[in-house]
Design a protein around this ligand. Sequence first.
Ligand code: SF4
Length: 367
Amino acid sequence: MNNRCSHVTHGLDISPGGHMKPCCIIDSNKFPKISIRNHTIEQYRKHPAVLDLNKRLEAGERPSACDTCWKTEDANLPSQRQIENARHYAGTRISLAIGNICNYRCRICGPDSSTRLIKEWKTIFGEEQGIQDWYKDIKIWNNLLDNVPNLNYLQIVGGEPFLLEIDQHIELLEKCISSGAAQNMVLHYITNGSVRPTEKLLSLMDQFKSIDMTFSMDGIEEQFEYNRKGGNWQTFQSNLFFMRDRNAPNQVNSINLTVSVFTVFYLEKILTWCKQNNLQQPFLNKIVGQPHYNIGVLPKQVRQTIKQKWNRSSHFNLRKATSWLDEDNSDLFLKFKNITRAHDQYRRESFADTFPELHQAIQQSAS
Ligand code: SF4
């Protein structure tokens, strides 16, 4: 048995803070921090931790750093590893966050990915974090540009990429085009949908083999605005529909939906809204990295109620994912409650008012 993963052999994820790792879901506590500030991309690829991970996967082991994939596969759902292996990219791929500049304060995010959360984090948790601008170092940026000709997949994530019509962003796309790589490259954006790309960016994008435009959408209407603070539902909808209706032959659109405590009770409604608006069914991603927002923190009775709903759902995705609700992290429920209350107080918001049905189900399970 071989558990090979092309994220390890051909991939590279560069986080907003400039940490390099095979993919965005690997457990950062179980993989060393390899910083782009003091390692080149070539040094990363030969790093003992990367070589060792590859060796263990090739030997059929299941390293615990990759637990998210094993859990997904055990639930009979396609894991990142399997999805990536099936894509068969011939060259290399990079997922790149150009720093942490963002205009949202998402509930499930942190200041490492959004500058707007720096102050809130300091007030609530006393944690000091700053703006990540490693990409302004000319040596680092040139090393990245040198790797462009071998790329056939470039993912640009947030922060929010379309806030970043900065020299580096434009230079990166232009280098992809002038080196000839763009003709064979998938350019993938993950956007929060708050900013429509400018005509200049759109005209550069049109020169790539294909554009994958993924909108992150955790909820609809009032719940969207609670989960993605700073976002405006009407603006998001308008940008999403603009991309849906744009006639670019090389472009496909998709939606990412993070399955967390804040969305799990309402997935049926969100998926139905997507269907009614001629949008692709969202990719459902279980939250990683913030265990107190995992759906397993909910009391068992609440998870059972959701499971019954999913079993009757008209959406195949939900009927297939019911085993997610068997995971039990209810020991973190108090932590979830305390942190949510702290953010509610800071933002003058209310979980109970925004998610009344879920709140009621939690209350009933305690009585
Ligand atoms: S977590 Fe999954 S996708 Fe990431 S490196 Fe491990 S096996 Fe590959």
